[in-house]
Design a binder for this molecule. Sequence first.
Ligand code: AKG
Length: 274
Amino acid sequence: MTDLQYDLIQSELSEPFVLPEGAVAHFNTYGYVKLKNVLSENLLAYYGELITDLVFRLNKLTKPMEERTTYERAFLQVMNLWRESEKVKEFVFSKRLAKIAADLLQSSGVRLYHDQALYKESSGGITPWHADQFYWPLSSPKTATVWIPLQATSMEMGPLAFAEKSHHVEIGRDLEISDESEALMNEALKQFELNETPFELGEVSFHAGWLFHRAGANTSGSPRKVMTMIYMDQDQKVTQPRNEYQQADWETWLLSRPVGGAADSELNPVLFTY
Ligand SMILES: O=C(O)CCC(=O)C(=O)O
């Protein structure tokens, strides 16, 4: 990559993206929004390679597929890549993406909760139904994850799928990701429309912390490479952990910041503020 190309992708990471009309309303009503042409092919190729190298270097899940649990079959999961590479940090700290999150959440600014790469291997299984905020000891529903495919993602690869409007109802909020959550939620979520569509290269989605989502198995023969960042309102407070996962998250991603205080550990920088 030439210096000029590198400068161009740096500007792209920081320049605002003009949200299509109705995007904020769509996010509020449906709990997610899919946005096309947010990131260029060049940018995704450049950071995609760096992220992929890190995933394979840091991944600890080496068991054969047949010996894995449903959760383990879903993807290789590597977290807080921004701490491992200054270059990947540029991507994770993108103001363009953080501003979209702030605008969708109607927040004056957002912090990072954590990032994670989610690589569904070519023989990877389904990602069962779940809502992310079950895992997070955070006081308000003002959280959003950006899901960024690093290649065009066909139906055969297992694109992220959303149970529209399911963030408005309090069902299954005590369910961790499992075969049980998949069976129970398949029934319970029949009342909601499912959005399950491919992603073009450059398209990303943002979903709310309490929105139920899943992904199909990857039957495409190629890995489904995805990077995600979880944003939270900059004024989020830490709540008393309500399950063992929240306890672990509190220690790992919030560095055990005091319950009732701001979720503002050194791992949770403000990535965009007005
Ligand atoms: O990538 C997947 O299969 C699941 C992603 C997900 O659950 C999330 O980003 O919250």
